[in-house]
Design a protein. Sequence first.
Length: 62
Amino acid sequence: MKPLYRNMIFFTIGLALLTWTLEVYRKGRMQLDQPIAFFVAILALGIIGGYVITWVQKASDK
């Protein structure tokens, strides 16, 4: 698997788990007012985060 795709997948999963954990901790259960917006935001931030992590890794390797 290419590093870019790996970083995108791991960042998205990590972000979703962190968000889910904080939501359950705060409210005691997972309650989504706008589930589509939630999943789109997690996916978009995961893709952007994967690009940023890959970019930083490539820059630090030089």
